[in-house]
Ligand binder design. Structure first.
Ligand SMILES: CC(C)(COP(=O)(O)OP(=O)(O)OC[C@H]1O[C@@H](n2cnc3c(N)ncnc32)[C@H](O)[C@@H]1OP(=O)(O)O)[C@@H](O)C(=O)NCCC(=O)NCCS
Length: 201
């Protein structure tokens, strides 16, 4: 279960500066960091798919002016609720083991919580001990094993984190169940009945 780890917003820890993705000028930084570390080859279209739609779900870790880590995520309506997805996470080898990877994921999850996500999922190679331990420490559980999930033929674990809703979000969901409000799938924002009427008019 998610804990207060996701409610404490830390902009800087141990001299490391964390910041959100700004615009397309950050794209080469994301691509450089990820292409160097992940086994899956991604095209620029894949990066743009995530970064154009969910720029608020991408974060960087900096040592001075050197970016050494990044996380790329998205969130969507899944069945009847909002679900976050961690697509890519990397930390440069020279900076590992100092908590930056966890901090990047926590920042993205805080943003997901603020947008009403009820769960977060991702896939990790079954042999990726470091990533599996990182996510386990954050409360993720192994949901299922995906046979030959990656292009290199390796299996993956689907990991899942259930998020607690705030009282306000729970109240909004109750209203939604009573058809008083609906959630905008693209932004995750909540539309009240009155705003929907205005949009249709
Ligand atoms: C996975 C990765 C992002 C971790 O980044 P990091 O900054 O080193 O992670 P953290 O320092 O926040 O580690 C958090 C916890 O994860 C665990 N962990 C991380 N890397 C580990 C490793 N290589 N071996 C064992 N445990 C590890 C530890 O339990 C650690 O907790 P601790 O500080 O109490 O020991 C980094 O190793 C990486 O970029 N790997 C290559 C890309 C990758 O595999 N991405 C994930 C795809 S799903």
């Amino acid at each position: 279960m998610a804990s207060s780890a996701f409610t404490d917003s830390t902009a800087s820890t141990s001299g490391v500066i964390y910041r959100q993705y700004r615009d397309e000028s950050d794209l080469p930084t994301v691509m450089h960091l990820i292409d160097n570390e992940l086994s899956e080859p991604y095209t620029i279209y894949t990066y743009r798919y995530f970064l154009h739609q969910w720029p608020k779900l991408c974060y960087f870790a900096y040592d001075g002016d050197k970016a050494f880590g990044t996380v790329v995520c998205k969130m969507d309506v899944h069945r009847d609720h909002m679900r976050g997805y961690v697509a890519m996470l990397v930390v440069d080898k020279a900076y590992r083991g100092k908590g930056a990877g966890s901090e990047l994921v926590k920042m993205a999850i805080r943003e997901m919580i603020q947008n009403g996500c009820e769960e977060v999922v991702l896939e990790a190679e079954v042999s990726n001990t470091g990533a599996l331990k990182l996510y386990q420490a954050l409360g993720f559980i192994r949901d299922k094993r995906l046979h030959r999930y990656y292009l290199n033929g390796v299996d993956a674990y689907r990991l899942k984190l259930l998020l607690p809703l705030t009282e306000e979000q729970e109240a909004l969901l109750r209203l939604k169940e009573q058809n008083c409000v609906s959630v905008d799938a693209s932004s995750g924002s909540v539309l009240t009945a009155s705003t929907q009427i205005e949009i249709k008019a």
